[in-house]
Ligand binder design. Structure first.
Ligand SMILES: *Cc1c(COP(=O)(O)O)cnc(C)c1O
Length: 398
């Protein structure tokens, strides 16, 4: 087979769609004005900015003035969390989960150090929180809830809508509203993300996870939500994200979201069939593996598999030598030998967790690529296991 490189790390980032590149092109040196300038150069950029905002808002079922553009998903998460707490101006209680992306998890740990009371909700073996646990966690001084829409390591989709409904009831009898933020970086452009249907107050997304450029994100802030800046400067983006807007990237984000949403269902079906094919093949060909999440309540693109008796890092390197790109846990955690906080929270056996890799699919992936992985993967796992004393001991005992 002639396949040389197979990219199965779309959870970390995706290639920019060619149409998106084309859409961005005019805004580097042709239309380059500062969108805040009053001359024609500025007005041209402002028009493009307004268009991108209107498009992004429409695709999320929001109003244009409820969308602010940011530097990335991490920045959206930080502006949401610290912005809400800054506006409250007093300490209180925060509810989040044990399996958030580090952008939320580490923000909440910092807040805990700063004197906030933080509840990190537990998850079940599928990576899901329970609405009951959530209800019990709410306190008199709860100010903010931040629960991710889908997890980046295992794909689990949290019951965001249900949580929002519970909060709506609770908020009826309170003076201080509890605000609800969700990190939708793994779902925007992949499954329907409708802010009104979800019932959230704040929602983060990032262009590079749905075939847009890296370094640009968006934050939905529902009208009436009391949020204060975390950075100070100009009046850009309602004062929440000061700094001259990157019109090329913002235009790219809107275009990428438009393309992804137009083909949402077809892409999802295609990706799901590739994942199921790989999952089935792995379970058939390789003994002693467990699939972490990927059922009903999970996004289609992520297949997280634990191969017992080997190291995920070694498997990643061996696959890379065959041109196949995967990740261990999340891209942000790789390089550290700490077990994944997500798998630990899901109570995955720590020994199995060591041998975990994430295959994450994108709409550019093909059946041939999946076949190629299934052709080389069993041999690599077998070779690595042959070097494992624990595995060999088991083999001789049997
Ligand atoms: C990738 C990712 C982020 C961070 O987005 P960046 O644009 O890379 O900062 C945040 N949350 C989740 C769930 C992600 O997958």
């Amino acid at each position: 087979m002639a396949i040389k490189r197979v990219y199965l790390d779309n959870g970390a980032t995706t290639p920019v769609n060619a149409e998106v590149v084309k859409e961005m092109q005019p805004y580097f040196s042709g239309v380059f004005g500062n969108a805040s300038s009053f001359h024609s150069f500025g007005r041209e950029s402002k028009t493009a900015l307004d268009k991108a905002r209107a498009k992004t808002a429409r695709l999320l079922n929001a109003e244009p003035d409820e969308i602010i553009f940011t530097g990335c998903g991490t920045e959206s998460d930080n502006i949401a969390i610290f912005g809400i707490l800054n506006a409250y101006g007093k300490k209180g209680h925060i509810i989040t989960t044990q399996i958030e992306h580090h952008a939320v998890l580490y923000s909440c740990r910092r807040l805990q150090k700063n004197g906030y009371d933080v509840t990190f909700l537990q998850v079940d073996k599928n990576g899901l929180i329970s609405a009951d646990d959530f209800k019990k966690a709410v306190k008199d001084d709860t100010l903010l809830v931040s629960i991710m829409h889908a997890n980046n390591e295992v794909g689990a989709i949290q019951p965001v809508k249900e949580i929002a409904e519970i909060l709506k009831e609770i908020n009826k009898n309170r003076k201080d509203r509890i605000y609800f933020h969700t990190d939708a970086v793994q779902t925007a452009g992949k499954i329907p993300v409708d802010v009104k249907d979800l019932g959230v107050d704040l929602l983060s997304l990032s262009a590079h996870k749905f075939y847009g450029p890296k370094g640009v994100g968006a934050l939905y802030v529902k009208k009436g939500v009391n949020i204060a800046p975390v950075m100070y400067g100009g009046h850009h983006e309602n004062g929440l994200r000061p700094g001259t807007e990157n019109i090329a990237y913002i235009t790219g984000l809107a275009k990428a979201l438009e393309i992804s949403c137009a083909d949402l269902k077809a892409n999802d079906e295609k990706i799901l069939s590739l994942r199921e094919k790989l999952k089935k093949g792995i379970l058939e060909k390789i003994p002693e593996v467990t699939v972490n999440s990927s059922g009903e309540n999970a996004v289609s693109g992520i297949l997280n598999v634990s191969f017992k008796y080997i190291e995920g890092e070694s498997l990643l390197l061996k696959l890379d030598m065959k041109g196949i790109a995967v990740s261990t846990g999340s891209a942000c955690a790789s390089g550290s030998s700490e077990p994944s906080h997500v798998l630990s929270a899901m109570c995955v056996d720590p020994v199995a967790a060591q041998g975990t890799v994430r295959f994450s699919f994108g709409c550019q992936n093909t059946v041939e690529e999946t076949d190629y992985v299934l052709e080389v993967l069993p041999g690599i796992v077998e070779d690595l296991r042959r070097m494992s004393p624990v595995w060999n001991k088991r083999q001789t005992e049997e």
